[in-house]
Design a protein around this ligand. Structure first.
Ligand SMILES: NC(=O)c1ccc[n+]([C@@H]2O[C@H](COP(=O)([O-])OP(=O)(O)OC[C@H]3O[C@@H](n4cnc5c(N)ncnc54)[C@H](O)[C@@H]3O)[C@@H](O)[C@H]2O)c1
Ligand SMILES: O=c1ccn([C@@H]2O[C@H](COP(=O)(O)OP(=O)(O)O[C@H]3OC[C@@H](O)[C@H](O)[C@H]3O)[C@@H](O)[C@H]2O)c(=O)[nH]1
Length: 389
């Protein structure tokens, strides 16, 4: 419940009630951010999205204490003249809208570039022209590959953080060649970051850029054939959850050697609320938001998810829980990968004092408990239906 005591910022000053225009509020991150804001603050949300399934529970009952503080607008920002008016009515705009699943980057590169760059342009422009603050969601993918990935496999320099640690104000952005269309997303995100930054430098736009490092948790993406297309390929958490629910082996792309750091969505959302309520500390900054302590290879992730899911479901794991697939077979032509992603935390520690708390095991435990409760029965039903040939 939202507390009635006055909230203060990190410098002890009272926080005024804000009206927030949240674009992409119906997605994974948006749904958790709406929940947090409604439960813990008095801010109002204008929630914009083409879908609202993931925030339905926040919109329906009038009796809830936050009734009147969230308003849903079904809007496609590609073509809707209401966008500027809604930004003008708000103190702050948060833009989450994007195509952000890797299976789309090389197969739908035009949609990916339009969604992540072209469609975000008017949002930046309206904020700048109307003197409104903007929190823009970018990605850790703007770093691309590490410098260390170009060294020989046995080079001792690969162990030196200078060759892999990703720093907002120092690391280069290293993408593959143009035929590797995987990088269409990272490149579009990089260009919109540069535009936001330039609007700040030349026209005084008050902005914060967020670079999420693999945030995961309940409500992420969809389970193919249940609440998304049967042939759809979501991000790794939902791919592996889907295989575990169906008792099929988890597919390891190119041997599952890539490394990722995963952060629990509820930890990460704390960082976003700090940015919202501490503009003087957050404006003009780019923030890595991730958990450097939760690094695994994708193979290790598969093994841990298999063990956690056996605990959660009470069903023993398969004898052969994983299977190798090539990236060409899994994603198609033009796929490429980030080798390793460890966020440097200096800037977010210094500006906002934020640190992630949840271990990988604990976050997988709560997430897979949710996946099991939400989907196990539905999957059984889908699997018992005869397949049409
Ligand atoms: N989840 C992560 O780990 C992660 C990592 C890096 C970056 N990000 C970035 O964070 C943001 C949110 O990611 P997410 O994981 O919540 O993804 P998501 O796909 O769950 O949410 C995006 C939402 O934006 C909406 N949207 C897309 N295009 C729209 C349009 N034209 N008009 C209106 N709504 C539109 C979608 O319907 C969806 O609900 C994205 O910008 C993504 O690039 C997320
Ligand atoms: O079934 C699968 C799915 C994925 N993978 C691998 O798992 C790794 C992680 O894949 P994800 O689908 O979660 O996506 P990535 O981490 O590559 O990119 C994500 O990172 C940050 C965001 O901007 C985006 O949400 C997305 O681009 C990749 O190496 C991928 O090849 C598998 O081995 N098997």
């Amino acid at each position: 419940m939202a507390s009635s005591t006055v909230r203060v910022d990190l410098d002890g000053k009272p926080i005024n009630q804000l009206t927030i225009c949240m674009i992409g509020a119906g997605g994974f991150i948006g749904s958790h951010l709406c929940e947090k804001i409604l439960n813990e603050t008095q801010h109002k949300i204008l929630a914009l999205d083409v879908y609202n399934d993931k925030i339905k529970h926040l919109l329906e009952p009038d009796s809830l204490s936050w009734a009147g503080r969230i308003q849903f607008h079904r809007i496609n920002i590609k073509h809707d003249s209401r966008l500027e008016g809604l930004i003008k009515m708000s103190d702050l705009t948060i833009n989450l809208a994007a195509i952000c699943t890797p299976a789309d980057y090389n197969t739908r590169p035009l949609d990916t570039i339009y969604s992540n760059f072209v469609d975000a342009l008017p949002v930046v422009k309206y904020c700048s022209e109307n003197g409104k603050r903007l929190i823009h969601f970018s990605t850790c993918e703007v770093y691309g590959k590490t410098i260390g990935s170009f060294l020989p496999k046995d080079s001792p320099l690969r162990q030196d953080p200078a060759y892999y640690m990703l720093k907002e104000d120092a690391s280069p952005c290293i993408f593959g060649s143009i035929e590797k269309q995987r990088w269409s997303y990272a490149c579009a995100k990089q260009l919109i970051e540069r535009l936001v930054y330039a609007e700040g430098a030349e026209n005084g736009l008050e902005f914060t850029i967020v670079r999420p490092f693999n945030w995961i948790g309940p409500r992420m993406d969809f389970i193919p054939g249940v609440d998304g297309p049967s042939e759809g390929v979501p991000r790794v958490l939902a791919c592996f959850s889907n295989a575990l629910l169906r008792r099929e082996p988890l597919k390891l792309v190119d041997g599952g050697e890539s490394q990722r750091t995963f952060v629990y969505i509820k930890d990460a959302i704390e960082a976003v609320l700090l940015m919202i309520e501490n503009p003087s500390r957050a404006n003009g900054h780019i923030f890595n938001v991730g958990n450097p302590n939760n690094e695994v290879t994708v193979r290790q992730l598969a093994e841990m998810m298999t063990a956690v899911y056996a605990n959660v479901s009470g069903e023993p794991a398969l004898e052969k829980p994983t299977v190798d697939v090539s990236s060409k077979e899994f994603y198609g032509e033009g796929y490429d990968d980030s080798d390793k992603r460890i966020p440097d935390m200096t800037i977010i520690n210094r500006q906002l004092g934020w640190n992630p708390k949840t271990s990988l095991w604990d976050l997988l435990d709560s997430t897979l408990t949710y996946q099991h409760k939400t989907y196990a029965e539905a999957i059984k039903k889908v699997m018992s239906q005869p397949t049409t040939s």
